[in-house]
Write a protein that binds this ligand. Sequence first.
Ligand code: TRP
Length: 361
Amino acid sequence: MSKIILTGDRPTGRLHIGHYVGSLKRRVELMNKGDYDKFYIEIADAQALTDNYDNPAKIRENVLEVAIDYLSCGIDPSKVTIFIQSGIPALCELTFYYMNLVSLSRLERNPTVKSEIKMRKFESIPTGFLTYPISQAADITGFDATIIPVGDDQLPMIEQTREIVRSFNSIYGKTLYEPEAVLPENETCNRLPGIDGKAKMSKSLGNAIYISDTPEVIKEKVMKMYTDPNHINISDPGCVEGNMVFTYLDAFAKDEDFVSFAPEYKNLDEMKEHYKRGGLGDVKIKKFLINVLNREFAPIREKRAYYENHLDDVVEILKRGTDDAIKDSEVVLKKVKAAMGINYFEDDSFVDIYKEKYNKE
Ligand code: TRP
């Protein structure tokens, strides 16, 4: 079995630094390791439309933003196929066949879908939205992908995909592969909270720092960051748990950052100890975090500026990736249709059955 990696994002906004530590950085690492036969990243515009069908302009606008974020973070289109979901007809076909294998109550039980429904306050739930996990199963199986790097909020989608694969294989014969989720190792990276410390970083909550934010905006956001509300005087002992500056330092600070920007500490543990003891002020740790973030994102911002000035190249990359993905998905669709016996013009037994039945030769 070949090693096929696939993951994706909904193009509903620019990607933020939570996406970066939670997934983009890891994708680049996986890409550089090179231990795969094929690596796909899907811009899931059709899925994004399931709850933004009334605002297609938003999705359209963000396809390029997300693509530029990928490229500036170091995704190399010669090693990774970046494609647009709606450009791949086979995925709709697969979705339609898989729908027979999933009950309505199973969809209604999906924990991620359930919490999204609550959050979005749908008056009534669009069928397209309720069934998006089936379409995501098509995204994955449509390329025979088995390695799916995602955050833990996507586990119900992978489980749904596995169930569809098992059900398909048991009815139509072994055709599809069961995928596995690959989760980030580091809990902080899995769910980077917003600068308000309240919840996961997200565009809708207005608590995100974007990969494309300028140094000025990063500074402004870090200075506003939620720390320890009881740490009033510098000399007071401070709390590092739930203190966003330390949470972000957990995710981003490297030992070399201490050498460059805070040589009085060897590492983050020492800095945390000082803060807990008292005597280390919030402005100082915030300035350190600003330096850490700028070092990480300066080269990314530079690449972003390059692609923003070479948009035709970005479009060409997406076009090529999508064409490549169309070809690969058609191979899988063919295999699926053959297993289901709906490949009429490619299989003589289609007519042979009739010949036998009516004794024609
Ligand atoms: N549901 C994913 C998200 O919201 C995006 C996605 C679509 C995806 N298709 C996928 C992720 C296939 C992994 C594999 O982030």
